[in-house]
Write a protein that binds this ligand. Sequence first.
Ligand code: BDP
Length: 663
Amino acid sequence: MTSHPVKCPHGSLKMFTLGRSRWLWYLCLCAVLPGSFCLLATGMLFPRESSSREVKDLSGLWSFRADKSPNRNQGFEKAWYKSRLAETGPVIDMAVPASFNDITQDPKLRDFIGWVWYEREVLVPSRWVTDEGTRVVLRVGSAHYYSVVWVNGVKVTEHNGGHLPFEAEIGSVIRADPKSPCRITIAVNNTLTLETLPPGTIQYFNDPTKYPDGFFVQNTNFDFFNYAGIHRPVLLYTTPKVYIDDITVVTDFLDSTGFVKYKISIQNAVEAPIKVTLMDKNRHCVASSNKSSGVLKFTDVQLWWPYLMHDNPAYLYSLEVHLMAADERSTYGDIYTVPVGIRTVHVTSTQFLINNKPFYFHGVNKHEDSDIRGKGFDWSLIVKDFNLLKWLGANSFRTSHYPYAEEILQMCDRHGIVVIDECPGVGIKDIRSFGNTSLAHHLDVMDELVRRDKNHPSVVMWSVANEPAAEMPPAEVYFKTLITHTKTLDVTRPVTYITDSNYARDRGAPYVDVICVNSYFSWYHDPGHLDVIPIQLNTQFENWYGKYQKPIIQSEYGADTVPGLHSDPPMMFTEEYQNVVLQSYHNVFDQKRKKYVVGELIWNFADFMTTQGVTRVVGNKKGVFSRQRQPKAAAFILKERYWKLANETGKIPFWTKYPCGLV
Ligand code: BDP
């Protein structure tokens, strides 16, 4: 029997924190690369094919088994990873990527808490196995929440956190057994604790007159279903032995001159000849260098502009890095290309500036959520959502309440959709979640998030949390540390945390660059009383601005609406009520955006699933689109407003002026 660390009744869940010696490392890197990023020891470049790199996508059918044993630990006790999963007991087909919850008809699996086991056998191209100069990397885009990974029964990695990628080099393991197919086993545990992000607790109910034996629930303080499983693609990819491990890019411009400050890290060689080429859209070289860090300077810069702010938005250059290296036996080359958008972000006391021009966020909050697949990655859904965003005239969204798939950020870069990139710091309401272990994990998650997303021009701000109980005394030090650390990681982007309308929750506010406020006047406060909105919203803005003199984004507002439910005069839950809530908020935004309000993000883009409860009728219904992406009446109100705002504040290209094919 293989023991697994830290026993807890709902399965073993090991939490690890990395040593604080990393601080020293940050300081060293900052010294050599002032004004740039300080990151984890290795990179996390998105796996892209190139002439030196191959990618094999393992999306599709996997074998699956939930460990339904009382302590959820049988899989470890019986070492399910040592043989084929089907040999350990009954398995079912499972789609990857997808949440496992809504795939079967089994209510116990839908609400399952504990370890689930995935397995897939892969035929690896023989060259990958025979060529010792090839690194073979296994990468999981994300799995919720805690994962342990084995290849052919050998543990290759584990990862703490549900929304960011992790990987392991597996070449030596598959070479040890070159004849058999490569068996990948991934155990995933969705148990949340006071120290996870988001936090949660397990509560047992032991009264036999009321509850079955072993009955327990997972309590959380966030408003979305805790979907679980392997949510993003699992890939195998190769690189040469000496390889480009990370690329960091920071951009700037002065008049028509563009600047790309870059730093490349390589692995398995102290140094190697390098060629860096910056190419425009037509693949013409605009600047080049043979140094691993430096500044590329070039003329006639084409800036990256948000959608609807310019008639040529989302211009992307390509930074091609070509590494040449040789050992005693052969010459290796590695090529990696990263898209680069040249843009700057600055914040004044009243404005949010992109490329030195005032930017007004007219956008949405989203969730990764849809029927059947839950939080599973799905290209059809992503393309549909981007079409809806553009139809709406939205220029931005917030990744409420966790980092979204990298492929989504790539779409944002390509379409000019501006992103507030949020970490999974949601539902931090218990004072015990402000302790050192929680903080250390939160810092680690920010490290991983910034490392993954630092090069996306679409990402203009980091959000470290949503509606934490920041009125609690430990919140001050917690958020000061977290925000200061995030600014150290990335000096080029502002940082915020999202507060609700409870003013006492402002202990972190002195450290943020932009105040982001969620409020639900006439919904959670004074339900049914639409006439309070103008007064209460005005008071909200004046209070926050009066106290902090920082620009403000209305980061959430809205009302639950059952599509097809009508009433006049408007009543809660009807389409008419949602319309009036939006319009009443909009009237106040129009007064305040002349002063210091720099954005409005509706809650929510689409209806989404939540845990069951008396306030949720099969999920949260505050979407302006249904969960199936059909518009409610409010979508048309929002669309009219967003296109009007774009006309006023941006420069709408002729071809997008009539997005519904009216031309
Ligand atoms: C806000 C939360 C969001 C909820 C929303 C609501 O930030 O996650 O879904 O309320 O209740 O306070 O609809």
